[in-house]
Design a protein around this ligand. Structure first.
Ligand code: MMA
Ligand code: CA
Length: 216
């Protein structure tokens, strides 16, 4: 029945149920072929339907897409206006740094940083040391957040932590020399120097960077 429906009409004795051998042969050969044809037709129609429905977008879809594009452009524009640090501060590896334009003694510099929600800078690694050296105006010397005010030759950061031995290379050659009692550390040219705490100096503050606008 199936073979006669899908076969070529009048194609000869093979399709007649008379020949036992050939009809048995056809039952094995034509069945999978028809299935394959059906499969192709189904696939083709499916792809065609999907294609026809997808390509000509209706006008409201096109409008929506345009709105999305404009929204994304606006978002990237806003992102560019956002800063991780306040104006006049420089961002570096998740922190904000303030290089003062006026001078104070070490204690008043410490207070100035606190009043801005920051700390007199605590240096944590060589990258940071290099960043500060590079960003400090050439002629400026600047207070950093370390002193041996509590105990001579016991250098302590303003958060109470001790100076790591590995940081001894950050001192300028011959420093700290405690010349006429120097208990506060400054950046001077290439590295650190201990200086009299009453000396009026520029200073550097540090505080964590905060995202002032979201990217969501
Ligand atoms: C200054 C003062 C000292 C420093 C020497 C280095 C003359 O004193 O800044 O703290 O050790 O310079 O030459
Ligand atoms: Ca010194």
């Amino acid at each position: 029945m199936i073979s006669s429906r899908f076969s070529f009409r009048g194609s000869g004795p093979e399709l007649q149920p008379g020949s036992h051998h050939s009809s048995g042969h056809l039952g094995h050969g034509l069945g999978p072929l028809l299935l394959l044809q059906l499969l192709f037709i189904t696939l083709f129609v499916g792809v065609l339907v999907a294609f026809l429905y997808r390509v000509p977008k209706n006008p409201s879809d096109q409008k929506q897409e345009k709105i999305y594009q404009e929204l994304n452009q606006l978002r990237s524009g806003v992102d560019r206006l956002c800063r991780p640090c306040p104006w006049d501060w420089t961002s570096f590896q998740g922190n904000c740094y303030f290089f003062s334009k006026s001078t104070r003694n070490w204690t008043d510099s410490l207070i100035a940083c606190q009043e801005m929600g920051a700390q007199l800078v605590i240096i944590e690694n060589l990258e940071e040391q290099k960043f500060l050296k590079f960003n400090l105006p050439k002629k400026h010397r600047a207070w950093i957040g370390i002193s041996d005010l509590e105990k001579e030759d016991n250098w302590q950061w303003v958060n109470g932590s001790a100076l790591s031995h590995s940081f001894s290379t950050y001192w300028n050659e011959g420093e700290p020399n405690n010349q006429e009692d120097e208990d506060c550390a400054e950046f001077k040219k290439r590295g650190w120097n201990d200086e009299k705490c009453a000396f009026k100096n520029f200073w550097i503050c540090k505080k964590p960077a905060v995202a002032f606008c979201s990217r969501e």
